[in-house]
Design a protein around this ligand. Sequence first.
Ligand SMILES: CNc1ncnc2c1ncn2[C@@H]1O[C@H](COP(=O)(O)O)[C@@H](O)[C@H]1O
Length: 312
Amino acid sequence: MSLSTPVDLKFTKSLPKVELHAHLSGSISRQCLHEIWQRKKTEDPIFPVEDPLVLMPPGKVDFTLQTFFSVFSRLIYQLCNDLESLAYATNSVLEDFLNDGVCYLELRTIPRPSPEANITREDYLNTILDTIDKFKARTQEMSVFLILALDRGHTTTSEAREIIDLAIANKPRGVVGVDICGNPTRGDVTLYRDAFARAKAHGLGLTLHFAETRASGTPAELATLLSFQPDRLGHVIHVPDEFKREVIRRRIGLELWFFCSPVSNEYLLAAQHFGLDRTDLLDIATKSVDAIFGGEQEKMRLKGRLLKFASN
Ligand SMILES: CNc1ncnc2c1ncn2[C@@H]1O[C@H](COP(=O)(O)O)[C@@H](O)[C@H]1O
């Protein structure tokens, strides 16, 4: 592999990549949503949801914070509201990451019960874990782990406790961490102090959505989040200087992204934006291995894979 030629998509696709910030429902392709919609519409011609490919035609990317979160509640959750669709979507997401050259994935999701469909939190989680198991039986090319998330606008303290208990109970099946996500203009993060302390005490990794918007970048919120002793932070955009210094001092892993997919495109865009060459990207891919929650053996496997890639 010549590292001196300019970065292109062929290179960023073939680079073995680690993806640490992927929301399950936010990673489902429009085509996959369309297929789920088609099946539901065939079964029930008055199914009251519009075709995802009409609502979000390929290439439409002009979502704002106001319109973005309603896509989940008004579209994606209406489509993935049964276990068959959830498994179908999960498998499609895994295949997409694999085809993009991702070799290690930490997928995250809020384990949501749907009482109206008789689906418990456990059913939701087991469906995803079963789908991951089947995927792993088909390919050894990509390791997959799961992060369970709390939704800051909605999750109560007792629900947070339930989700952390589920995460602890499912460590042997590949749950490696917990997160707090959701609409950053809502909710009070101080509610989750005990839940996260319990998660950490049980050896789960802690990653937190951090200063994603101005509203969630207040000194009070950032001080609270840092007091939870996170291992990684997501987004990290609206950060006052004193907090930047603290994050650097603690050497916390950062999950930065460019709001584009797939991952190979993010690498390409980063290279173009910051003027990075192939060696820089290889270095970023290698450094990101140190931030994974999947353990030392995985780190060694991934570093070996990157070394082999560089020497080919
Ligand atoms: C772009 N930045 C973001 N910031 C914060 N939360 C986000 C997010 N993207 C997605 N989510 C959160 O993750 C849920 C979807 O995943 P699951 O249904 O759990 O798989 C969304 O409902 C949203 O709350």
